[in-house]
Ligand binder design. Structure first.
Ligand SMILES: NC(=O)C1=CN([C@@H]2O[C@H](COP(=O)(O)OP(=O)(O)OC[C@H]3O[C@@H](n4cnc5c(N)ncnc54)[C@H](OP(=O)(O)O)[C@@H]3O)[C@@H](O)[C@H]2O)C=CC1
Ligand SMILES: CC(=O)N[C@@H](CCC(=O)OP(=O)(O)O)C(=O)O
Length: 347
C-alpha cells in the first residue's frame, strides 16, 4: 500500500486522543489530518503540543472545534476517524462519519455490546443506534483479527477488559477453566484511566488506593460477554498516572497441569508482537515494564495440588488499553505494517 491513510482524531486533547495523534504522526503509513475537540471547548484553536508538552515538536497543530460545518466534512476528508470521546458522544457521532464513507474506530464503550439493553443498566443511557451495535466488531486485536480486517466500525475494548481477556482467553478457549467457579479479577489502574477532565475522586489529595465499582462496574459485563462466562471483577484506583495490573485467580478444570497452561499461552501468543509472556513468572509483569509501550505482559503460576492458577496481566491503559490497540486495529483493517511493534519503532 503506497497511499497514506488520512486519519482524524475526535477528542484529541484527551489522554487517549493525544496518544492516538502521536501514534498516527509517527506511523509511516498513516497521515494525521485534523484533530478535534467539542464545538464549545475551552481548548479550541490551541496547539495540541501546548496542551501536552510531551509532544512538543511532534504535535504542533491546532485542535479544531467540531462545529456543524466541520461535522459535515470529517468523514469525507478522512479515510479513518478515531473517536476518543465519551460513550454517548461516540454513539451520536459514529453514524455520521460512517454515512460519509469513513471507517470508524471507537475507543469508548458505545459499541462494545450487541445487546442494547446493557446500556441503560451499565452506561446510564438508552442506545439510539441498536442496528449499528450488530455491525460493530469488538477490536481485541489478538482474538478478532479476521473480523477487524473487514469492519467499518470497530469497538476498541476497554482498558481493564484488554488486560483481563488477554490473560483469560487462552485458558478459556483451550477448555482449561473450571465450569463452576467464577474467575476473580482484581485490577489496579492509574488515574489517567478516568480521563483528563478534573473531578473530585481523581484529585491529587483524594486518590490513594481503593476499590470502586464493586460488583457493578461496566467492564464486568464486557469481560463476561467476550469470555463467554461470568467473572467477578473489582477495579481499584491507584495513586500513579498510568498503567494497569490485573491479577486473576482461576480454578482449573480437573487434572489440568502447569504444562497445559503454559502451552495454551504459547499457542495463543507466540506469533504476537504485542503480547509478551513471562514463563513461570521468573519475572512478574509490572507497570514499570509496560508503561509507554503498546505491550501487554502476561505471567502465570499454577498450583497443581489445589487446582488453581494466578494469572497476571500488565499494560499501559492508554496504549494497549486504548490508543495502541486502536492502531493495531487500523493496521489490520487497512493491511498496514505492524507499527508500532516492528523492530526499531519508537513511541
Ligand atoms: N483513559 C483511558 O485509560 C481509557 C479510556 N477509554 C475511553 O476512551 C474515551 C476517551 O477517554 P479519555 O481520553 O480518557 O477521555 P478524556 O476526558 O481525557 O478526553 C475526552 C476528549 O473528548 C473531547 N470531547 C468532549 N466532548 C466532545 C464532543 N461532543 N465532541 C468532540 N470532542 C469532545 C474532550 O475535549 P473538550 O471537552 O475540551 O471538548 C477531550 O478531548 C472514553 O470513552 C473512555 O471511556 C478507553 C480505554 C482506556
Ligand atoms: C481509573 C478509571 O476510572 N478507569 C475507567 C476505565 C477506563 C476505560 O477503559 O474506559 P472505558 O470506559 O472506555 O471502558 C473507569 O473505571 O471508568
Amino acid at each position: 500500500m503506497s497511499q497514506l491513510i488520512r486519519c482524524a482524531v475526535i477528542g484529541a486533547s484527551g489522554y487517549t486522543g493525544v496518544e492516538l495523534a502521536a501514534l498516527i504522526a509517527r506511523h509511516p503509513q498513516l497521515e494525521l489530518g485534523k484533530v478535534y475537540v467539542s464545538a464549545a471547548s475551552v481548548d479550541g484553536g490551541k496547539q495540541l503540543s501546548q496542551l501536552h508538552g510531551r509532544f512538543l515538536g511532534l504535535l504542533d497543530l491546532p485542535v479544531t472545534p467540531l462545529t456543524d460545518d466541520e461535522l459535515a466534512q470529517v468523514g469525507k476528508q478522512h479515510d479513518l476517524v478515531f473517536l476518543a470521546t465519551e460513550h454517548q458522544v461516540s454513539t451520536q457521532l459514529a453514524p455520521t462519519f460512517l454515512a460519509q464513507g469513513a471507517v470508524v474506530m471507537d475507543l469508548s464503550g458505545g459499541f462494545r455490546f450487541a445487546d442494547a439493553e446493557v446500556y441503560p443498566k451499565f452506561y446510564g443511557f438508552e442506545h439510539e443506534q441498536p442496528e449499528l451495535l450488530k455491525k460493530a466488531v469488538y477490536g481485541l486485536a489478538e482474538w478478532n483479527a479476521e473480523a477487524v480486517k473487514t469492519a467499518d466500525l470497530v469497538a476498541v475494548p476497554g482498558c481493564y477488559p484488554t488486560a483481563s481477556l488477554t490473560a483469560l482467553k487462552p485458558l478459556r478457549e483451550a477448555g482449561l477453566l473450571d465450569d463452576v467457579q467464577y474467575p476473580v479479577i482484581n485490577a489496579v489502574s492509574g488515574v489517567s484511566g478516568a480521563g483528563r477532565k478534573a473531578s473530585m475522586t481523581n484529585s491529587f489529595c483524594e486518590v490513594s488506593l481503593h476499590p470502586y465499582g464493586v460488583l457493578g462496574h461496566r467492564h464486568q459485563p464486557e469481560i463476561s460477554d467476550q469470555l463467554g462466562r461470568d467473572v467477578i471483577f473489582t477495579p481499584h484506583l491507584g495513586n500513579f498516572p498510568r498503567g494497569i495490573v490485573a491479577t486473576v485467580t482461576v480454578k482449573l478444570a480437573p487434572g489440568v497441569t502447569a504444562e497445559q497452561v503454559s502451552q495454551a499461552y504459547h499457542n495463543a501468543y507466540d506469533s504476537s508482537t504485542c503480547v509478551r509472556l513471562y514463563d513461570a513468572m521468573n519475572q512478574t509483569p509490572s507497570i514499570k515494564n509496560v508503561v509507554n509501550t503498546c505491550h501487554v505482559d502476561i505471567g502465570w503460576k499454577v498450583d497443581e495440588a489445589n487446582g488453581h492458577a494466578v494469572l497476571i496481566a500488565a499494560e499501559d491503559n492508554l496504549l494497549k488499553g486504548a490508543a495502541g490497540q486502536a492502531i493495531q486495529c487500523a493496521n489490520l483493517r487497512f493491511g498496514l505494517i505492524d507499527f508500532p511493534f516492528e523492530a526499531g519503532a519508537a513511541l
